[in-house]
Design a protein around this ligand. Structure first.
Ligand code: SER
Length: 343
């Protein structure tokens, strides 16, 4: 493949680290951007890193001609609820700045910049558990009534992405319309990686519980045992981003897609953790604010459109996730850690 230029913002986050590892295998020229320096996992890879606040450093990014932008930088749902204005600045202003850059470059170079945007199940919002349970698998257009700052930010940024790629002002009436950016978004469920631990999100109880059990540490889950949302293995999340990136434009009947893998309750997560790590100390100590957030999110989502348009299918259902991905990897990870401690 000829070298293409890719920007990954939020590269030091969980999705970012895994995505950068995959992208380097494709021979892209990669520029990463993040507030933090690159972590060990991706530090030695051939990437150019720009460290700092995206909104303040946006001018630097105009020096590059990116073919593809993965805009992963965000303040996640729990963190965003305690620092709402800051979250709005990061999530909305940051996205707006990058969309403007992509729109400008698309028009100037007459080549659509692909803009891949991770959205979230947080864009949905149910008034209570009964409504959530009654809704079952939600379609992309249903219950777009988010309760959180993060959910509002993600939903609005989806709309901005569609606006700048299709209906920017009166451009659609122009007989010689300029080249538009190519915006594509995926609404992710809770993601679980065997290699990294999340922070700042509200689906974090799933991965936190499993990592704690594997590390032999007690864990008090911040939602109750009956809480159900959909989850996905990190490799599937990366696969979905790459599949959507590669999908021919003409196959896409939407710019925003749900994807799903498996849905389970916090109690079922605990059972899985106990089977793999007998004696794991997992209790439930719901935090009302965080419980309220997860109760507003769907039990599962309908991803039929992604399956139809770009052949989406996860590699890991619930059993495969635990047996073929998470448990083998996490056991290696904590075995190594305990060996190092003993040495
Ligand atoms: N995992 C995210 C969060 O918990 C939701 O997309 O904030």
């Amino acid at each position: 493949m000829s070298e293409r230029s890719v920007l990954v913002t939020g590269a030091c986050g969980e999705i970012g680290q895994a995505l950068v590892q995959s992208l380097t295998k494709r021979g892209f020229h990669i520029v990463t951007a993040d507030l933090a320096p690159l972590p060990e996992t991706i530090k030695s890879l051939p990437v150019e890193h720009i460290q700092g606040d995206l909104v303040n450093r946006i001018k630097i990014l105009y020096d590059y001609d990116f073919d593809i932008i993965f805009h992963l930088a965000a303040s996640l749902s729990s963190k965003a609820e305690v620092a709402t204005e800051e979250a709005h600045r990061i999530n909305v202003e940051g996205t707006m700045q990058l969309l403007l850059l992509a729109a400008y470059k698309s028009e100037k170079l007459k080549k659509s910049v692909k803009f891949l945007f991770p959205s979230s199940i947080a864009v949905y919002g149910f008034p209570d558990r009964a409504a959530k349970h009654a809704a079952g698998n939600v379609k992309a257009g249903e219950w777009n009534t988010p309760h959180t700052m993060y959910g509002c930010n993600k939903l609005y940024c989806e709309k901005l992405g569609v606006y700048y790629s299709c209906f920017c002002g009166q451009r659609h009436l122009d007989p010689n319309p300029p080249t538009m950016l190519d915006f594509r978004a995926i609404r992710f469920p809770g993601l679980v990686s065997a290699f990294t631990v999340p922070s700042g999100g509200t689906s974090d109880y799933g991965p936190e519980m499993l990592h704690a059990a594997a590390a032999g540490k007690p864990y008090a889950c911040f939602v109750d045992a009956d809480t159900r949302i959909s989850f996905m293995a990190m490799p599937d999340a990366i696969k979905s981003l790459l599949m959507l990136m590669d999908a021919p434009r003409e196959c896409l009947s939407s710019q925003v897609y749900n994807i799903a893998a498996f849905s389970l309750t916090a109690g079922e997560f605990r059972q899985r953790a106990l089977s793999a790590f007998p004696g794991a100390q997992i209790t439930f100590k719901p935090n009302p604010r965080r419980q309220g957030i997860v109760d507003s999110w769907p039990e599962d989502v309908d991803d039929a459109l992604a399956r139809k348009d770009w052949d989406w299918k996860p590699d890991y259902d619930e059993d495969q996730f635990f047996n073929n991905y998470f448990l083998p990897e996490i056991k290696k990870r904590y075995q190594k850690a305990s060996t190092r401690t003993i040495e």
